[in-house]
Design a protein around this ligand. Structure first.
Ligand SMILES: N[C@@H](CCC(=O)NCCCC(=O)O)C(=O)O
Length: 255
C-alpha cells in the first residue's frame, strides 16, 4: 500500500519557554493531514542548512510567519517598519527553494513563503506596502482569528495562467495578513493574480514541470469553505501523490 506523500514544512525560529525553538503553527500541519499528506517539520539553522533533508520528501511547504526576509537578501536598506527577522529561516528557505525545484518536489509558498520564492528568484519586496503610494493597506485586521483570516479583498486571476487552470474564475476573495509584498517579480516567475491595487498576489515558477506556486494570502485557513483555497490544496496534494507514485515506480524498477 502506497504511503502518504511526505511534505516538508519549514519551521520558524522562536523562543519557547526561554529556549530557542523550531515552530510551525498547527493550521499548516492540519491542512496537509486533511488533504491526505504526511507533514514533516523541517528545522532551520543559519549555519547548517541541510538540503539532504529534502530527499525523502514529495513536497515542500513554505509557511507564513510574522518575521520578514532580511532586506539585505534583496539588496535594500531596512525600512523602519521592518523590525522582525528570522535569519535561520531565510538561510534555509533560500537554499531549499532551488534544491526542491531541482529535485522535482511540489513547491507551495504561503505569505512569507511567497515572498521567499520571489527573493530566491532575484525579486525584491516592499517592506511596508501601506507606505507605498497607490497601494492599499494589506495588513492583518484587528479582531479574533475568524476576523483576521476573513476574506479582505478580491483578486483578479490572470488569464491563461496556472492558477486559472486550477480555478477557472476571473476573480475571488482572499484574506490579507501581510505588511510586505512583491515590488519586483523575480525573473523566471509568472504573476498569476493581482489585488485591486495591482500588487501581485500569486505566482508560479515558469519552467517548473509540476506544481510550483505561491500565494500572498492564507489558503490553509478553513480551506474547504473556500473553493479557491481548496483548489490549491487539491492540486498541491495531487502533485505530491504523483511524485510519490513516480518514486515508488522507479524504486521498483531499480530493485
Ligand atoms: N511577515 C510577512 C508575512 C506575513 C505573514 O506570513 N503573516 C501571517 C503570520 C501568521 C500565520 O502564519 O498565519 C509580511 O508581513 O508580509
Amino acid at each position: 500500500m502506497q504511503s502518504r506523500p511526505l511534505v516538508g514544512v519549514i519551521a520558524c525560529r522562536r523562543e519557547v519557554e526561554g529556549h530557542p525553538a523550531h515552530t510551525v503553527t498547527d493550521k499548516y500541519l492540519t491542512v496537509l493531514r486533511d488533504y491526505g499528506l504526511a507533514p514533516v517539520i523541517l528545522p532551520v539553522w543559519e549555519g547548517v542548512v541541510q538540503t539532504d533533508l529534502l530527499r525523502p520528501l514529495d513536497g515542500l511547504l513554505l509557511t507564513g510567519s510574522y518575521s520578514n526576509v532580511e532586506p539585505g537578501r534583496y539588496g535594500v536598506a531596512r525600512a523602519p517598519e521592518n523590525t522582525h527577522d528570522d535569519r535561520h529561516r531565510d538561510a534555509a528557505a533560500l537554499a531549499w527553494i532551488p534544491a526542491a525545484l531541482d529535485m522535482g518536489l511540489a513547491l507551495f509558498g504561503i505569505c512569507r513563503g511567497f515572498q521567499e520564492i520571489n527573493v530566491a528568484f532575484g525579486g525584491t519586496l516592499h517592506q511596508a506596502v501601506q507606505m507605498v503610494p497607490g497601494l492599499l493597506d494589506h495588513r492583518e485586521p484587528e479582531g479574533d482569528r475568524e476576523q483576521r483570516y476573513a476574506p479582505a479583498h478580491d483578486i483578479e486571476i490572470l488569464p491563461g495562467g496556472r492558477l486559472e487552470a486550477l480555478y477557472p474564475q476571473p476573480r475571488a476573495w482572499v484574506n490579507s495578513l501581510h505588511q510586505q509584498g512583491i515590488a519586483s517579480l523575480g525573473p523566471g516567475l509568472v504573476a498569476e493574480a493581482v489585488a485591486p491595487d495591482g500588487l501581485v498576489e500569486a505566482i508560479s515558477v515558469r519552467d517548473a514541470p509540476g506544481f510550483a506556486m505561491a500565494v500572498q494570502w492564507h489558503p490553509e485557513w478553513r480551506t474547504p469553505e473556500h473553493p479557491l483555497y481548496d483548489a490549491l490544496f487539491q492540486a498541491f496534494a495531487g502533485a505530491c501523490v504523483a511524485r510519490r507514485h513516480a518514486v515508488t515506480i522507479t524504486a521498483a524498477a531499480d530493485a
